[in-house]
Design a protein around this ligand. Sequence first.
Ligand code: LLP
Length: 423
Amino acid sequence: MHTTISRNNGDLFMEKVALSDIANQFGTPCYVYSRTALKLNFEAYTSALGNHPHLICYAVKSNSNIAVLQTLSALGAGFDIVSVGELERVLIAGGDPSKIVFSGLGKTSSEMRRALEVGIHCFNVESESELVLLNETASALSLKAPVSIRVNPDVNANTHPYISTGLKEDKFGIDINHAMTVYQNASLMNNIDVIGIDCHIGSQLTDVRPFVDAMNRLLILVDQLAELKINLNHIDIGGGLGVRYRDESIQSVDDYMRELLPLLAHRSETLVLEPGRSITANAGAMLTQVQFIKSNEHKNFAIVDAAMNDMLRPSLYQAWMDIQSISHSMGVDEKVYDVVGPVCESGDFLGKDRKLSVKEGDHLCLFSAGSYGFVMSSNYNSRPRAPEIMVDGDNVFLIRQRETIQDLTRGEQLLPVNSSSNC
Ligand code: LLP
């Protein structure tokens, strides 16, 4: 997984741009992405897949900025979406609808209708009720909905419980032992076109073994379906390959495909993948500034201007993300800090027990923040959301403005004067 952040004479650079210049120009907190890293991370998939028929559907949820989508679309990416909002973003970015797969377990009829109208590649269906609604929606448009059934292969992805999705107790997919019946029902529906099979077993997998286990289980079902004359064109193994946040040893995309592709040799099905994190995480960083330093008997706190509303991962998953000074501070003692935000919750931290040489006013870089960073940010505590910046060589582009105070109250309405009732 490529990152393009390096240290030169004590200063952090992304590609050819000093991160301190970005922090000074755009203010903090801000997100910054490397266009080169995005491209390299995507191309790691295309080159590892070689001649095997494939469709790489980038998981939009990991980073949905339209400039990110545009960069990937230009490289031929398809997209994995989970809402009509993500669909519209892909279309605005110039994405090809015929390369879109629509995941998610609660699609509404109006979302289905829009996706049918623009002609997406496939709906990844997660329940029998969804199948019925999709059939009705497609019928009303006199269209056929292309469908994969998302099966739950019951494999243990060995990842954080909040981001594991392929176990029997998870809410996702259809039990693999029941999938055959669902396929048979689907194949009898007039406005459903059964074209594939899908699974997604979890996120931040460090080891490729669970993917291989899942694929083996899917292939057994695919062959059983073929015996019933239900022939599938593609197999979607989902996303989930992990990245290095700290010192995890992560299997590469090459390792992954080296294990997976032999299972598909001599088979004609297209392999569909839905990678998110492995494309965007290490292509991005979040920059923040130390506002105050405060110490008590037990702890030193670096109070920074980014908070859990800007980056939720440490608070929500106890995720460890690297924090470093953007520029070395001369003559400042190294101490152990909790790096915390200004939000009124004890759970508001970016990192605990970090060795840093910092003083008030210094800029810090939170690494690997390109995935599940800005997209999970909120306005909690009425904090405007951070801007997003794209670096490309020595060029810098503002790809999303910092929100303003006006943005915070957009759409809100005061009550009419004298409107209070006595009840
Ligand atoms: N496909 C489906 C159906 C998914 O649910 C996901 C992620 C992906 C693909 C992409 O997985 P990736 O390649 O990014 O691992 N917010 C959490 C991660 C949630 C992942 C949800 N599903 C985090 O910050 O760690």
